[in-house]
Write a protein that binds this ligand. Sequence first.
Ligand SMILES: [Zn+2]
Length: 274
Amino acid sequence: MSARIPPHRQSDQIIRRLEREIYDARSTVIRLMPADVQKVIDEFYACKTRTELGAWRRRLMRYIISRAEILPKHRYSGERAYCPLCREGPSSSYEEGFSIPLGLERHLDRATTGHGCSVMEVIWEFAHTSKSEQIEREERRQREAEEAEAKARRAVETLWRVDQGAPKLINELWFSEQARDEESLAVAEGRLAQIGFKLSVDGNIKSYMEETESYIVYADPRVQGRIEFKVYSKTKKRKKSVGADHRSFRLPDGWKNKLADKYKAGLEDVLSRL
Ligand SMILES: [Zn+2]
């Protein structure tokens, strides 16, 4: 019979069979765990996101560490124990057990890279493989919802031209940055007026720019705590491969006096390096 199946279908079948066998082997390992550990392991079924899966893994690690049997203390200064899952200790021959909690934690944690506890690795791979499709689906759904929301907002909210890319929403920032509220934004726009920037409005797009024959500066007042200036040369083209196509500098909110002078000094410095 197998001679009639094309070779690529045969290898597909072999891969599927091996996947099933790996799944069965991993679930057997988990079924051999004590009931209380199994109960904590089973909590991964409820995880819907990568973050939740990570939190579950840390919860499981803490639980396993809490179950470690501490070795008699007389020979050691701190607490030590063998791994309750694989029964192993560190590779060095003059130490018994892992230090608690850090040594054991590292042993369990490194299981996700295949260099730590072999039993924890089986548990992690089982959970990760079982959940990866659902997590990817959920992440795609979240991404699409965010994109749809941003698209809807772009049609009605103020957009900011802060560089030579597409205009941005007020909170389209880097992860660590926080957008200003209305009051703080008004103060920042007041500071730009003090420096000499004029507001341009084009439909729902606002921008503060300074343009000369040799350069363009885009001011970005959206980020809490500072105004960012991006400077583009009109005469020299910076290669994309070398890094950004512009240079930037900033005016922190803490700077109160002689803003125009400080702006000028920042700009001159950047222009000398453009
Ligand atoms: Zn272990």
